[in-house]
Design a protein around this ligand. Structure first.
Ligand code: PGA
Length: 226
């Protein structure tokens, strides 16, 4: 199976032309890379500018579970589907912390992403969140969910998780969801440590925050895996 590398731009960059520039630099840098599923998750407002191309897929950083209606400020999973998103990040720790997302909300969001034919990337920092955040999802659909293990201490700190601990958690997640489940690592990934999470800790891919805002660093990460 192809390794998956996901860029989570979070609330960056400020200007549309900066987003376009970042995207085109990454696109240029990865032209010849074939064996990796590369995904960019920009802020919602840039989704239409950054059309998905054959070697870069489009993802969103969150979604709302209802299709449409009187829900001021929300962006529905159905709308994201229409914009050709293939993936949606759900339950990122920043959403849980700043926006008080609960396990009930996360369950609903995962359900909405699946029912619109997209792939949810559920972010967790503790094993028990798997059960809590997927309690309304049944057996067959579970296979479609990607888990991103993102330990809190490692997010945006430069203090990445040790390969040993990451490997152990990866094995525990697979013990629950099955050996064929797709588990990513996220938290201070850089071009220096990326390959160890893949080749030593056996993750199926990476969720990259800060380093994805620097096109050359991000391309280096991709190249170190391919
Ligand atoms: P980071 O963010 O790479 O900046 O640590 C990862 C994430 O929050 O997904």
């Amino acid at each position: 199976m192809k390794k998956i590398i996901i860029a989570n731009w979070k609330c960056n960059p400020i200007k549309k032309n900066q987003a376009e520039k970042l995207f085109s630099s990454v696109k240029r840098g990865v032209t010849n890379i074939k064996k990796i599923e590369l995904v960019i998750c920009p802020p919602f407002v840039y989704l239409s500018e950054i059309a998905s191309s054959s070697n870069i897929k489009l993802g969103a950083q969150d979604c709302f579970w209802k299709d449409q209606g009187a829900f001021t400020g929300e962006i529905s999973a159905k709308m994201l589907k229409d914009l050709k998103c293939k993936y949606v990040i759900i339950g990122h720790s920043e959403r849980r912390f700043h926006f008080k997302e609960t396990k009930e909300m996360i369950n609903q969001k995962i359900k909405a992403v699946l029912s619109n034919g997209m792939i949810p990337i559920l972010c967790i920092d503790q094993i028990n969140q798997i059960k809590e955040n997927l309690s309304v999802i049944n057996g067959k659909k579970m296979k479609k969910i990607i888990i991103a293990y993102e330990p809190l201490f490692a997010i945006g700190t430069g203090n990445s998780c040790s390969i040993k601990q990451a490997k152990k958690t990866n094995e525990s997640i697979k013990g629950i969801l099955g050996q064929d489940s797709v588990v990513l690592y996220g938290g201070s990934v850089s071009s220096k440590n990326a390959k160890d999470y893949i080749f030593k800790a056996n993750f199926s891919g990476l969720l990259v925050g800060s380093a994805s805002l620097n096109a050359s660093e991000f391309v280096e990460i991709v190249k170190s895996i391919s």
